[in-house]
Design a protein around this ligand. Structure first.
Ligand code: NBP
Length: 480
């Protein structure tokens, strides 16, 4: 038998992806460094479809039809490099190596160049949706050449999630474009989660609601424009009761959020591109603060000053404030997405990719962690060209924020007065206010820079660069 696709790396993600491929009529070659994983997949799920298991990479490559196409699903970093090397040695020009792991896009750019020089195709493909998505339909973000997309496209379309009748996969762009977009997807996921967490905290500590009451509220919110996978699972988490103690599970979980690096990459990349992704950055920093165990314990012991967080509102005021939080969440979410798409735009310019933002929004509507009804209107805004400058300037989102604005300000102000941390809400609002300010205090900063470092400044009334001779009052400025 001959396979039309192969999977290398059969841990949680790889075995589920292989099963998904087999269930959709593909004949799937299988290889894992330790054969026991391959055996386990065959014995437990061999009936899912047609598989060709191999014990060596040479056997695996020999079982593939030309052009041979293999998807690597191993640990990102050195393991991926090792597998690429083995595959490239065994393959022939024209064959396609796909990396479906969470690789850093600069690694993908480097690997693509190396592999192309050997006459093979190399595709870095973002895979979102976790284990469940890999099995039942992920959102897929492949980079690489147009030529490789011709072979790979139909295979990926066969296994991707479907949203509004369309498969959640599109050719993102050359070399590292797919992994870049997957990275920003994860950054946006961080900010979505942080905004939800801040909303929860305001209701919990500010309004004194129980986890179940808040879970019910998220269930209600899931029927609004906030409808999304993350809001849905938040409700599920908040309704969960710990079997051991009978307490709400959320109260038994240690309040330290882990991270594997893609959020950090998103912010590091944004910093080097000069794109303000304040919502994502605050989300990453908040996880960082949550992990500062020793500092937090000491601060708690010392007792840093601050107000009582309870807001003591009447039933009616409480209802109104919950609505305010919902509006603040929506407005901040729009800002985070606007910033994420700005980063994609800046990355595309820097690395020479042609990325269709509308198509990106469309493939995020299903399969992935940030899937949301809201992405329909995001893709419409890009499709129509109304979001070319910023998503915030597209009429639909401009109006949505106008409707939410007062609530948003009340939430940030009240949270501040009550000592409740809302870094993502507050930074998103400040970004919005900065964007709409006709003049920013950056003029003062530029003046300071010219004084201490002769960095020069532009004038509002004349072209060119100017420098003031600060020490000589009679001669205020010269053209630099
Ligand atoms: P892991 O990231 O846990 O990696 C385990 C796999 O890597 C096993 O198949 C293992 O083989 C193989 N491997 C290692 Br480790 N070192 C190797 C080497 N030097 N040579 C060959 N194989 C090696 O698996 P995962 O959780 O299934 O994730 C796979 C990829 O998908 C990762 O890049 C991950 O970031 C990405 N991803 C994960 C998720 C998720 O929700 N988990 C979502 C999206 C993307 P062995 O069995 O022989 O040890």
């Amino acid at each position: 038998a001959i396979a039309n696709i192969g999977v290398v790396g059969l841990a949680a993600m790889g075995s589920n992806l292989a099963r998904n491929l087999a269930r959709h009529g593909n004949t799937v070659a299988l290889y894992n460094r330790h054969y026991d994983r391959t055996e386990k997949l065959m014995s437990e799920h061999g009936n899912d479809g047609k598989f060709i298991p191999s014990k060596t990479i040479q056997e695996f490559v020999a079982s593939l039809a030309k052009p041979r196409t293999a998807i690597i699903m191993v640990k990102a970093g050195a393991a991926t490099d090792a597998v690429i090397e083995e595959l490239a040695d065994a393959m022939e020009p024209g064959d396609i190596i796909v990396d479906g792991g969470n690789s850093y896009f600069m690694d993908t750019i480097r690997r693509e160049k190396d592999i192309r020089a050997r006459g093979l195709h190399y595709v870095g493909c973002g895979v979102s949706g976790g284990e469940e998505g890999a099995l039942n339909g992920p959102s897929l973000m492949p980079g690489g050449t147009e030529e490789s997309w011709k072979t790979l496209g139909p295979i990926l379309k066969s296994i991707a999630a479907v949203a509004e009748g369309e498969p959640c996969v599109t050719h993102i762009g050359e070399n590292g474009a797919g992994h870049f977009v997957k990275m920003v997807h994860n950054g946006i996921e961080y900010s979505d989660m942080q905004l939800i967490a801040e909303s929860y905290d305001l209701m919990r500590r500010g309004l004194g609601m129980s986890p179940v009451e808040i879970g019910d509220m998220f269930e209600e919110w899931n029927k609004t424009e906030l409808n999304s996978y993350l809001i849905e699972i938040t409700s599920e988490v908040l309704h969960q009761v710990d079997k051991k103690t009978g307490k709400p599970l959320v109260d038994v979980i240690v309040d330290q959020a882990g991270m594997k690096g893609t959020g950090t990459w998103t912010v590091q990349t944004a910093l080097s591109l000069g794109v303000p992704v304040t919502g994502i950055a605050e989300a990453v920093f908040s996880r960082g603060l949550s992990g500062q165990e020793a500092q937090r314990a000491e601060a708690d012991k010392v007792g840093l000053a601050g107000p009582d967080t309870a807001m003591n509102l009447s039933a009616e005021e409480r209802k109104a404030f919950i609505e305010d939080i919902r509006h603040a969440l929506y407005a901040s979410k729009i800002v985070a997405y606007a910033q994420g798409f700005d980063e994609i735009n800046a990355g595309a310019k820097e690395y020479g990719w042609k990325i269709d933002q509308a198509a990106v929004a469309r493939i995020w509507r299903g399969g992935c962690i940030i899937r949301a009804q809201f992405l329909n209107v995001v893709s419409d805004a890009f499709e129509s060209g109304q979001a070319d400058v910023s998503l915030l300037l597209a009429p639909y989102f401009k109006e949505a924020i106008e409707q939410a604005e007062e609530s948003w300000r009340r939430v940030v102000a009240q949270a501040s007065l009550k000592g409740l941390p809302v870094p993502a809400f507050a930074s998103s609002l400040s970004y919005y206010d900065g964007l709409r300010s006709k003049r920013l205090p950056a003029a003062l900063i530029q003046g300071q820079r010219d004084l201490f470092g002769a960095h020069t400044y532009g004038r509002v009334d004349a072209p060119g660069a100017f420098h003031t001779l600060w020490a000589e009052p009679g001669r205020p400025e010269i053209e630099a």
